[in-house]
Design a protein around this ligand. Sequence first.
Ligand code: ZN
Length: 127
Amino acid sequence: MLPKNIKQAQSRSRKLSARIVGRQTIIVDSQTEAPGRHAVTIRYRSDRQTIEASCTCSWSSHQGVACAHVMAALETLAERKGRTLSYWLTEDEARRQRHRRFFLTRVGERERIEGVWITSRPMKRAA
Ligand SMILES: [Zn+2]
């Protein structure tokens, strides 16, 4: 499953606070969904372009990709490198951005069957 409206999902994710607790683990606090706190696991495949993520929320446990918690976790990791992310449902849209591209999928998804595209760009400095 992919989010139907990925831009809306991303704007929801910006309201969540994420805390990096380990090399691959980020805890995301949710104010709307019980139990209020989710653990996100992020792993890069050896191609360095594919990101595998899992989350403890119900969307993720029902084969959902790119829940708001995973997005919040990835944005927090990107922020540490001074970057910000955008999400796209097709590679074409992602390619048009002319920024570094990643593919986000589930842990254990064998091929690139289901997932979303991410582009990463330098964060604008606050004016
Ligand atoms: Zn989640």
